[in-house]
Design a protein around this ligand. Structure first.
Ligand code: NDP
Length: 293
């Protein structure tokens, strides 16, 4: 086993601090009579989705956000789901709406995302939110990439002018991640399944963000000495163990900082969902952000 030199970025601890800031912000809002409210919609019984939805409900309770979960049967039609979203969009009490993905095959996920009121799009997946991100204008930032930026900030490195390599170009992680890194003036390379010589590209990186969904595909010797490694991947091995997209042990012997899986990016996603809900509540109601948010 190679000797570890990297410092571990404790996502659980950072997420707890973000949630504490959100809880203080919610308490301030409640004193003004405003109770931020998040509605989560789950269609079907996908076991992983059920776990995520439960975790989101629990996080709402913890920070004082009113969390409402709509559990719909797998037989729910696209029209029925869109009708629910229309009702939620029009409800003045609802600040954030999130449809847990994936939706069953007979429902078009793009139609679902498009049907959300962008002002309540706390996941930041609506084309309007993504367009605002692209235009460098304030809006809802997707929770996972926003959480990754916070984790990078925890290391104290200044991203300006740094070479950053993002592996993965999905709309929910890779692409918005690249945009957020660009906003911080990093020099960004985005890799995907057709990238040639991935190892060589990753070796140029001072910051690596891996968001692929392939267990431990990023090898230790791809990592440049001193790089910051953010592992978004969540993969379950045959023996039930959870691992990331990066070979954590091997990469730790070269990186300066690295996130673990579990306990790295995962907790940040829900913490930033809570934060986005409070931001949405303030923006939609035209009130100033509470202190510390
Ligand atoms: P997607 O499947 O949507 O995207 C995966 C990306 O990886 C694609 O862009 C794909 O390229 C690229 N890719 C696939 N194979 C390779 C390869 N061999 N070399 C280089 N790139 C490759 O996944 P997501 O972005 O939704 O999620 C990525 C991972 O992050 C998953 O493990 C997911 O579970 C995890 N995740 C974790 C979250 C958290 O909170 N911790 C939140 C969201 C996701 P191409 O576009 O060419 O197909």
């Amino acid at each position: 086993m190679p000797e570890s030199i990297a410092k571990v970025i404790d996502g659980k601890a950072v997420a707890a601090r973000v949630r504490a800031d959100v809880a203080r912000a919610v308490a301030e809002l409640r004193e003004k009579g405003v109770v931020p409210c998040l509605n989560v919609v789950l269609v079907g019984e996908d076991p992983a989705s059920q776990v995520y939805v439960r975790m989101k409900g629990k996080a709402c309770d913890e920070v004082g956000i009113r969390g409402v979960t709509h559990r719909l049967p797998v037989s729910t039609t696209e029209d029925e789901l869109l009708a629910l979203l229309k009702t939620l969009n029009a409800d003045p009490e609802v600040d954030g709406i999130l449809v847990q993905l994936p939706v069953p095959d007979h429902i078009d996920p793009d139609k679902v995302t498009d049907a959300l009121d962008p002002a309540r799009d706390v996941d930041g997946f609506h084309p309007f939110s993504l367009g605002m991100l692209m235009s460098d204008r304030p809006g809802m930032e997707p929770c996972t990439p926003a959480g990754c930026i916070r984790l990078i900030d925890e290391t104290g490195i200044d991203l300006k002018g740094r070479n950053a390599v993002v592996i993965g170009r999905s709309l929910i992680v890779g692409k918005p991640m690249a945009m957020l890194l660009l906003r911080r003036h990093a020099t960004v390379t985005v890799c995907h399944s057709r990238t040639r010589n991935l190892a060589d590209v990753v070796w140029t990186a001072e910051v690596v963000v891996a968001a692929v969904g392939r267990p431990q595909m990023v090898k230790g010797d791809w990592i440049r000495e001193g790089a910051v490694v953010i592992d978004v991947g969540v993969n379950r091995l045959a023996d039930g163990k959870l691992v990331g997209d990066v070979d954590f042990e091997a990469a730790s012997s070269r990186a300066s900082w690295i996130t673990p899986v579990p306990g790295g990016v995962g907790p940040m996603t829900i913490a930033y969902l809570m934060r986005n809900t409070v931001i949405a509540a303030c923006l939609r109601r035209g009130i100033d952000f509470p202190s510390g948010l």
